[in-house]
Design a protein around this ligand. Sequence first.
Ligand SMILES: [Zn+2]
Length: 424
Amino acid sequence: MQKSLTSTLVFQLDINEGSQQLLDSGQVEARRVVNEIFRLDAQGYDWETIEDEVVERSNHVQNTTQRLFDKATDALERYYDEDDYGHPRQNHEELFPLRMNHGEGYQLFVDEESESISFRVTALKRNFVRGTLQSSQHYIERLKTALTNDDWRVGTAEVVRTRNRHELHVNVTHKTAEVADKEHAKTFIGVDVNEDCVGLAAVTGSGVEDSVVIEYPEIKKERHEYFTIRKRMQSVGQTTLEHEIRDKEKRFVHDQLHQVSRDIVEWAKQFENPVIVFEDLKDMRDDINYGTRMNRRLHSLPFAQLQDFVSYKAAWSGIPSEKIDPEYTSQECVDCGHTTRSNRQGKRFQCVQCGFQDHADRKAAMLIGTRGLEKLNRDVPALNSPPIVRVRRHGNGLSEPADHDPVSTVRDYQTDGETGSVRN
Ligand SMILES: [Zn+2]
């Protein structure tokens, strides 16, 4: 199956014509346009009329205004579908990212001689900012490929204001990436995400091929520290500093999630025709009966973001993804099917009916994998003798299994995680 894959590349703008102030003015105008769309929508105008109105009055070129319209109406659509946060509100404090089409609101040029990429951004009608993009060599090379290769397309870009500079976030799309068809999947990689680890199990028609638990206690620890700092700042009214800390925290978590998702995809790649199987977050939110554990999981980690990163990276490796109903994945016994909350105590799973024991997150991953098999109408194997539990620290190699009894292995790994560095 061919699928187009888009990724966002981030560049700093080295300006040599026009100014930062001009880019700021463009974003102030973008905010005004978006505010106007929200206001007219709240007053009950239909969207076609709103689009004509804002294009007419905007100080941005037409297609930039239309991209802003798309973005604002996306937010409105989410509100009408889900109503999570109420009608999108007008905001008079923050700038709004300038969103533009390549070849219209912005233009990129490869300079063969200096091997750099220069840009031209239309900050406002007839007001241009020109200069050179700065980033890692890796990003520069990827953008050059996207600009010169027919399999690629350079799409919309956004000018984003960070604390003291401007960035250009450019979407590039590989038009014809090959992703395997789910129907041909042979190995179902169950992924159980938790606040401090992820359990992975590779399940086929003949049983569990392999499993691993990748730990990332540092994410939980750091987030807790950030949380404490922010609380302290709130209590003394340092809101500016608090925003900075929040940005720092976001960047840290984002960076860590990228690394963890890379680990997951690397592990999945070793199996024959893999498909990644996740719990469906939508189902999780719809059911309020999952109790405190599920709630803690949902609020403890940006789940959706991790799933996105994993399925995106998997797709780049040609691996498809699937979602299953997450009901009772933490409580159901994979051996006899008995389901009760008391089967699980912390990281340990022990079935009160048949006595089956395992690492709780690995067991959940096995169950998620088998539900993937069921969903695609495959025969589900007996899972009563899975391989020994292996646990590794995110960024490290696999640790040797300390014991063949899964429960005592669980006990062992909790004390031997001190060696090696956390980062790749
Ligand atoms: Zn059981």
